[in-house]
Design a protein. Structure first.
Length: 328
């Protein structure tokens, strides 16, 4: 079985490794990734992690500016491909593209379809406070993530898991599922299980401004937003005229139930959303939300270095009005 693997971020290297290590007649003939882009102040060109991995291992690597370009499509045709696997590739595939592989184009999607079709399924699941998610391998069709399912597996989401960590774990676990899907495709009559379109949900694009913390929201919602937006676009607020990035946010009760109870006292219950104090015992800053409190253990002020909560607190000269302002 001649296979092309398409993707870009570091997370999708894991299923590619699983494919390379597999027994059987799986023949990886090429990797397709995004072009190298300038990075940092120097503007030095850098390959996406998948392309870098493929080149190190001597795998033919194609990096078209557009997956719709005639030149690229001709290159694919010349490879005589049976199956194309896509995983967080980052471009819309054309009808002409989908006609190239002899058997199918399939996609590794980190959600339990038909839930969370679209480009941001992991953040979407965390925003909704989901306790379970999964990985789906599906046939790629013109409609967004709507193809028949080849196989899927459910996984539990850890209470403190962030988008970055969960994405990495799901793609790591997807390798064995990918091999299962490829085995299913050996049967030329296999067409998968149609999705229930009536149950489909969609996830929208994430903007940089989504990371602005709105302290008036309940603590549970704010924590879900932090988890969904970590590492990008991150969560930020303002204090003393400076932007402050929140690098580690936790559930107060899970960190220190005793302090959590104290914060629910009449005095703290009357404070405005965003008001905060420091707990020496918990080594955390506790912030009042619209409902409940959150613990912040690591922060970074604009122009400064990441610091723990104690260092941030000790750097405040006037503690008469300690209150984070909503991001904007």
């Amino acid at each position: 079985m001649r296979i092309v693997f398409m993707g870009s971020p570091q997370e999708v290297v894991a299923p590619l490794k699983e494919l390379l290590a597999a027994d059987g007649d799986f023949n990886l003939v090429a990797v397709v990734s995004q072009p190298a882009r300038p990075v940092g102040r120097s503007g030095k060109l850098q390959d996406p992690p998948l392309a870098e991995f493929a080149k190190i291992h001597g795998i033919l690597t194609l990096q078209p500016e557009s997956a719709r370009s005639p030149e690229f499509l001709d290159q694919l045709r010349a490879l005589n491909v049976d199956v194309i696997v896509t995983a967080a590739y980052g471009q819309i595939l054309s009808k002409k593209f989908l006609l190239i592989p002899k058997r199918a184009t399939i996609n590794i999607h980190p959600s339990l379809l038909p839930k969370y079709r679209g480009a941001t399924p992991v953040p979407a699941a965390l925003l909704q406070g989901e306790q379970k998610t999964g990985v789906s391998i599906l046939f790629t069709v013109k409609e967004l993530d709507a193809g028949p399912l080849i196989c899927a597996e459910e996984f539990t989401i850890a209470p403190d898991e962030t988008s970055g960590a969960l994405t990495q774990r799901l793609f790591h676990l997807s390798g064995k599922l990918l091999l299962q899907a490829l085995d299913e495709l050996r049967d030329s009559q296999f067409s998968g299980q149609p999705q229930n379109d009536d149950a489909a949900t969609y996830c929208g694009k994430i903007e940089k401004s989504d990371g602005a913390v709105q302290w008036g929201l309940p603590a549970a919602v704010t924590l879900n937003r932090y988890r969904a937006f970590h590492p990008w676009p991150g969560s930020y607020t303002f204090f003393n005229g400076k932007r402050v990035s929140l690098l580690d946010v936790q559930n107060v009760a899970a960190l220190d139930p005793t302090v959590a109870a104290a914060l629910s006292s009449a005095v703290w219950s009357s404070q405005e959303a965003g008001a905060f104090t420091f707990s020496k015992g918990a080594k955390a800053i506790f912030v009042r939300c619209g409902e409940g409190f959150l613990a912040v253990t690591k922060l970074q002020s604009e122009g400064g270095k990441p610091v723990d909560a104690a260092a941030f607190w000790n750097g405040i000269k006037d503690r008469s009005n300690c209150c984070f302002l909503a991001g904007s």
